[in-house]
Design a protein around this ligand. Sequence first.
Ligand SMILES: [Zn+2]
Length: 678
Amino acid sequence: MTIKWLYEEEVSAIKMFGRQGASAPLAQCIHASRLIGASKTLVVHGGGNTSVKTTTRDVLGREVNTIYIKASGHDLAGINIDGFTALDLDKLKELEGLNRLSDDHMLAVFNQAKLDFRSPSPSVETLMHVFLPAPYIFHTHANSVLAVTNQPNGKTQAAKVFGPNVIVLPYAMSGFELAKKAAIAARKYPDVSALVVIKHGVFTFGISAKEAYGNMIRVVNFAKASVKRSRKRVFVGRSQPFLPYSRQKLAPLLRGALISSTGETSGVILEFRTNQLIRKFLDGKDLTRYANTGPVTPDHVIWTKPKPLILPSEFDAITVRRAVEKFTVAYKRYFTKNNQRFGKTKTMREASPRVVLVPGQGLYGAGDTAENASMIADLAENWIEVITAAESIGKFSSISTRDMFDIEYWSPESAKLEVAISPPLKGRVALITGGGSGIGQATAQIFRDAGAEVVVLDVNANATRSVAEKLDGLGLVVDVTDAIAVGQAFKRVISSFGGLDIVVSNAGGAWQGEIGTVSESVLRKSFELNFFAHQTIAQNAVRVMRAQHSAGGSGGCILFNTSKQAVNPGKNFGPYGLPKAATLFLVRQYALDHGKHGIRTGGVNADRVRSGLLSDEMIAMRSKARKLSEDEYLRGNLLGREVTANDVAKAFLDLALSPSTTGAILTVDGGNIEAALR
Ligand SMILES: [Zn+2]
């Protein structure tokens, strides 16, 4: 790695962060943090941390010795001034005099030492930065350093590779005790430039940010050179056929089995990854050995769990389900056994795997949101890179199972996982057709607000893009009357999320004409969009939902926009009402035929909703024909209120959230007895 520190960039960083209120030392620390964060071989996702010791002034103008430390969970890449917490350095230094410090006390003192009570929680490795004397301290989990230290003889290896200028400490959990040991060693050898903790990572020191950064690159380069020197061929052995198409079959089965293992309490999103390095790793004949050894650095355990699930490359619903069950049983055993040491005070988190390896294919990151699934997949890729390097110079070794548990259930780490009340559709995937505008857009929005990952299908490219972007979802430009395009769209959904839970088949179009004289082509066009498209969408959904259900998961929920016309025909509205009546029938037929596959259905009968279908012009025309004002026309119902797209969206959400309701039609029209279902 080359040192990327440029004087001009340092100066502009001081200016830029200075404008945000950072002193020069803090600005230089932020600048270095960003340089480190930019390299994925040094840190990934919130990994690593940086600090600077300086002085600030309190409200009385007194000088306070201060440490700025990266806040817990923040990414070094692109970090800003608000990614750092300022702490009273002297107050924290006093802790070194203690013999013991509980985690709860440690966190309490962190809070008391905050110079601004609104600051985020500081890194769990704060005491290391406080007790070590250097003004600038940077910490990473650099891949090549881990390749050297994650060996059965890691300590000897590391001492040989890094030389006398670097302190090497055996593995110990981050926190008070490790920080004390590090400080004692640093005082004994005041000239060292770095400290390596076996099976964890490296801390580098400097009197300037530039020096500490330079030391980081130098240490990493030592490790890299050593890996390069002794590299041997790895993962020779069996070769699996690459099965690109079975992914479409496997993902919904895996997703169903994973959801089932959580007792349906939460959904799961799957992110698939594959490349040559991953394939080679998966094809190695010793896969079960090195893949079950443990994490490459302890931090990752809270996201990835200590071990991945390895699936057979030949699979069906039963084998996938059994494999997941076997994993969860083993995880529960690991939890129960280790929880004894803590007097059974810990509460088990979900027992299902977070990383799933599929020889011959690739890996899946499984998360409760698309964002987390992607992060877990990144961590898994990083894990493979490190193990590959470690195996190429020796034999990959990790921390003990005991140490894994201690870190996985360490309260300061767990704080990263704590979130406010989960929204009801977290980890669920909802697809909305006609999602680019009107009722579809409102529905996509309401499902996103309820925590679902949304897929917006619309024929209008700009509308699709803008809604999908706004909702951080997947936008697919699809004409729902094109069965091939619809099939491809469902494939994309499986590739992106692993499966599907809710479909709102909403796209429609209003055709008019007197039924005795209307042309057949108008009628057929309307049937294509207002009936056959619903049928195509529903058939595709059934295929995915059935697979999920066959592996133990809930099937899913298919909802249709049926419209009031389905039960209460309007004059000259036959071409629209007829297919809608057939679609209303679909609600019941799918409920009847596929209830056994865990598939629920529902329909929403809406009326007089301002949308693409009922445009402003149509409202003007119709209200005029009825000799009403536009407002009177729109509020012409029992409740006397205008029905909005959002009211309809809410009805779709209510149906999706009612686990024992199927085949039901919900009317959303403000009250109209003539159109009531009978
Ligand atoms: Zn660390």
